[in-house]
Design a binder for this molecule. Sequence first.
Ligand SMILES: O=C(O)CCC(=O)C(=O)O
Ligand SMILES: [Fe+2]
Length: 203
Amino acid sequence: MYDLFQTDENISENLLPYDGDVRYLPIGIEPLMAERYVDSLFHTIAWQHDEAIMFGKRIVTKRKVAWYADQPFSYTYSKTTKTALPWTPLLKELKQIVEASTGEHFNACLLNLYHDGSEGMAWHSDGERELVPRAAIASLSFGAERKFSFKHKTTKETFSLNLASGSILIMRGATQSYWLHRLPPTKKVSAPRINLTFRSMRT
Ligand SMILES: O=C(O)CCC(=O)C(=O)O
Ligand SMILES: [Fe+2]
């Protein structure tokens, strides 16, 4: 039987040239296990269409989201507020894997379901008031491999990488203050992708 928990030696060097710390772990979860997780997540998570207020209008995204945490934290972004659901056994298991691989602790998780390449996420940083400042955010990806990009807020320098199924991306320190990130839409991908970002909410 293979070891579910990767050691830190598989984590990349810092991928950002300055003003932050981003590391990539290509195999956070073995590919065959990852395939099974996509299926379970698809069926057991309380997926909801995301709502946002943009230019004063309420829009409903095609992308679906879900929000889970240790406590029923509310989380406001894009001017909408969500209340966290309690962890499911599956999410607890994934949180443990991510914590063991990164050496960090998390108390909340935002999940995104992108049905195909037409769905993505626009440039943003995760600096909401409810988050512990400078705490690590770990992003666990399942399903279709997608490009993920960073752009420095002032120098405009960009950096991109592909996020494989089962991979973990860790953003730490000053990253959210200086860099935006996005998941660009693409015509090349027709399969779904599920992403989990483990976070630390202020308690
Ligand atoms: O889907 C992704 O890889 C990133 C999602 C993201 O940036 C977020 O939920 O804040
Ligand atoms: Fe983000």
